[in-house]
Design a protein around this ligand. Structure first.
Ligand code: 0L1
Ligand code: MG
Length: 264
């Protein structure tokens, strides 16, 4: 499928097909350089609606992206982004993810917020986030941009649901007020070798700041975090590439460990 003279519907089908068939595609701004951020979120909505039907699944939560200053600088932006998690994206520590179903996956360590009560409003504060969060847990996110070579502009990646593919939640649930969320150390290893070390301070200086940003941004569109949502608060380090045969484990101070392995 080419993008020439494409409508929104064509773009959505183009991205969905890329995911379904696990092949990379040319970024949409190559043909639609005029795309705005708000149009990109509308495309994301359309894509998510189609995807929910096609996979016969439901929304499981929200993921934040571009939450590190380094990544924002790399992309020449100073805003984070958000996308949605679907229930079929949930993967498990005990079941390898299948490389053949993905394009060029990468994995990143994150802190998951498990939402205990609705959080919505343009003036949401860090205290509101803490109050509405039942537990935090260690998490891994598998990102798999549908775009060639993982290269895109801001609007491309928003339309592509912020590269979302899969996520894994560790089994230890921790009360959010029981630890210093702003300075959780993390070591991520692949096949026994340390690949990334970081602190949760890499997430917009504090994951609660990132959560506030997301809650306020969602509120501008009449949305929020819902009771039962899983929210990935943003990558704590650079993502690392994964291939069939790899296993990755991330250990977080006070939060425990989460791991994933990859099969053919
Ligand atoms: O979850 C993320 O931080 C990814 C956001 C999109 C950017 C990327 O795919 O690297
Ligand atoms: Mg992420």
């Amino acid at each position: 499928m080419t993008l020439k003279t494409s409508t929104d519907k064509d773009i959505i089908e183009y991205l969905l097909y890329a995911e379904r068939d696990a092949h990379e595609v040319i970024k949409i701004t190559d043909e639609h350089s005029e795309l705005t951020i708000s149009q990109a979120y509308e495309l994301q909505d359309g894509l998510l609606e189609r995807r929910l039907k096609e996979k016969n699944t439901k929304t499981a939560g929200i993921k934040l992206g571009l939450t590190s200053k380094a990544k924002q600088k790399m992309m020449g932006v100073n805003e984070s982004i958000y996308g949605y998690l679907h229930a079929d994206m949930l993967a498990y520590e005990w079941e390898p993810i299948r490389f053949s179903e993905l394009i060029h996956p990468k994995v990143e360590p994150e802190i998951a917020f498990l939402i205990g009560e609705d959080i919505q409003g343009e003036n949401i504060t860090e205290e509101d986030i803490l109050r509405g969060t039942k537990y935090v847990a260690p998490a891994l996110e598998i990102i798999d941009s549908r775009y060639k070579d993982f290269r895109f502009k801001l609007v491309d990646v928003i339309a592509d649901n912020c590269s979302s593919a899969k996520f894994i939640i560790g089994s230890k649930l921790v009360l959010p007020e029981s630890l210093d969320l702003g300075n959780i150390g993390m070591v991520m290893s692949k096949n026994g070798y340390v690949e990334q070390t970081s602190s949760s301070a890499a997430v917009l200086e504090h994951p609660l700041k990132a959560m506030v940003w997301a809650a306020r941004s969602l509120a501008k569109r009449g949305r929020g975090f819902k009771k039962g949502d899983i929210v990935l608060s943003g990558a704590m380090s650079e993502a690392i590439t994964i291939n069939a045969g790899d296993s990755v484990i991330a250990a977080f101070d006070g939060l425990g460990v989460v791991s994933i392995s990859v099969s053919e």
